[in-house]
Design a protein around this ligand. Structure first.
Ligand SMILES: [Zn+2]
Length: 182
């Protein structure tokens, strides 16, 4: 049984709903989701993704049972994404990817924008679950060509973060939340 509070860490899978405010094409979005799912698998997290073309155009799962990942067309400055830790605290986790800067990084590095977007989405979602920046891996603060080249095969997390993922996720559940039965 899931409690009303955020208890994604106690579930078998994390559910992510992508809100496509940026009007991305299906192909880019599907590629980004496929890669994101693979990246999460590499750190032992199974994820289920769905896409909402417009916020008012689909039925969302119950609040607290999913991560809301909004891809917005904002094009202000170099910031690629944002994770609202406040939203996590109130039980409705939300993160953002900014499609304008994502496209710019894609152009600059020569990688498909789906690859850059996947990297940003996974990075921001992991922020929601308490991971901070690290000198290398998916939680590196900045993105460069070399890092994108090793995204699918290089180390994803530093050892302390891997431990956090393995042991610490359950502690992110607010006190009093039920543990999902397996
Ligand atoms: Zn970050």
């Amino acid at each position: 049984m899931a409690a009303s509070a955020v208890c994604l860490g106690s579930q078998d899978r994390w559910t992510v709903v992508v809100l496509n405010y940026a009007g991305m094409g299906n192909e880019e979005l599907e590629q980004a989701i496929t890669l994101s799912r693979r990246l999460f698998q590499r750190i032992g997290v199974e994820t289920t993704w769905s896409v909402c073309p417009r916020f008012d155009g689909c039925t969302l799962p119950p609040v607290g049972s999913y991560v809301r990942m909004s891809v917005v067309p904002w094009n202000r400055g170099p910031v690629l994404g944002f994770a609202s830790t406040d939203s996590m605290a109130v039980g409705s986790p939300q993160a953002y990817a900014f499609h304008g800067p994502v496209s710019r990084v894609a152009k600059k590095t020569g990688f498909p924008s789906a690859v850059v977007l996947a990297r940003v989405m996974v990075h921001e979602i992991l922020h929601l679950f308490g991971l901070e920046h690290a000198p290398h891996g998916i939680m590196r603060e900045s993105i460069d060509t070399q890092e994108l080249a090793t995204l699918a095969s290089g180390p994803m997390l530093i050892p302390a973060q891997l431990r956090h993922m393995r042991d610490g996720i359950s502690t992110l559940r607010p006190a009093g939340a039920e543990v999902a039965s397996r």
